[in-house]
Design a protein around this ligand. Sequence first.
Ligand code: PLP
Length: 382
Amino acid sequence: MTDLDLGALRARFPILSRTTYLNSCSLGALSDAAEAELADFRDQWHQRGASAWYEYWMAKLDALRSCAATAHGAQPRETALMPSVSAALSMLTESLPGELLASGRNRVVCSELDFPTLAYQFRVKPEIELVPLRSADGIGIDIEQYADAVDDRTLMVATSHVFYATGFIQDIAAIAEVAHGAGAWCVIDGYQASGQIPVDVAGSGVDAYATGPLKWLCGGPGLGYLFVRGDRLPELTPRFTSWFAAQRQFDFDFERFEFRDDARRFELGTPPLATVHMALGAHRLLESVGFDRIHARDRALTDHLVARLRQEGFSLRMRDDESRRSNIVMVSMPDEAEVVGRLAEAGIIVDHRPGHVRVSPHVYNTEDELEHFVTELVGIRG
Ligand SMILES: Cc1ncc(COP(=O)(O)O)c(C=O)c1O
């Protein structure tokens, strides 16, 4: 990306002119493109009131499903808009064929490095036995561990594409192969992958992929995406539902209910239109940059940051294998909460997880900003 392109891109994200913003894995920065879509939502509401639904907003929902699908290597008909990633995971679990559990498949294999909301889905179900894989180095899980744990009692392998507190990228195609080899489902939480590394839901062979626009896609809170492979859709029958999932939603037929035959069968009532608009604006801005360029720049920024931190003698929680490394960089530090507070006083926004400062640069950051962070961190360490 040339200096000119980068300057123009940075100008679209006002927070970058005020802070050194290095926390995109918690919340992607707000852009003027997302704000413009939000303003459009407000204007349509003022002008058309409820008519905006039919004349305008339903098309926005379609546009977002379509953008989200393209960015994840899925089809619009495989895409559902959900209230959150938790809701998407929960919906998927509540849609599996009942015969599977009845036949003795009651184990869900996950990993202790997954975001806890994933395990919670199964901890609240007494009929499910959770099998959490333990990490030998606290960074990643090896594919052999999945192969050893999965058998004909496995209902599902449910795990992350990128681990939220180590940045480790899992080989989800290999995990899907292990799961399918034993007749189990493979469901992936991709929240920390979408927008920072390439995601190809169809190519990976996973059955379902839950994610959302909040983080690297810069679309704001209140929405999740659930992609379900088209050939597996007919096998899934949700056990909770809404009028948005009905084949003939606007017939208002009280007596009969029939599921849609696409992934919208998973949708749960009126979607959050404000977020739908913001997510669409952000998507289009990132698309105009090009996801390939974003991924390449993200990788370059992380390589630079890792090299500088190592040069300064910091210990990082990451494996040497660069192909497993993403833009979540964990710097080992005692008193991490205090360190993050002191960095904030210097205008640097990062966050922390136990024993570590978590730094997550994204396409709009610069090497100068990384240098600012490293210099302040060296100063705090003393
Ligand atoms: C990997 C991952 N999955 C899920 C979640 C939670 O998602 P939600 O609040 O949309 O349920 C987070 C939140 O940070 C996350 O990092």
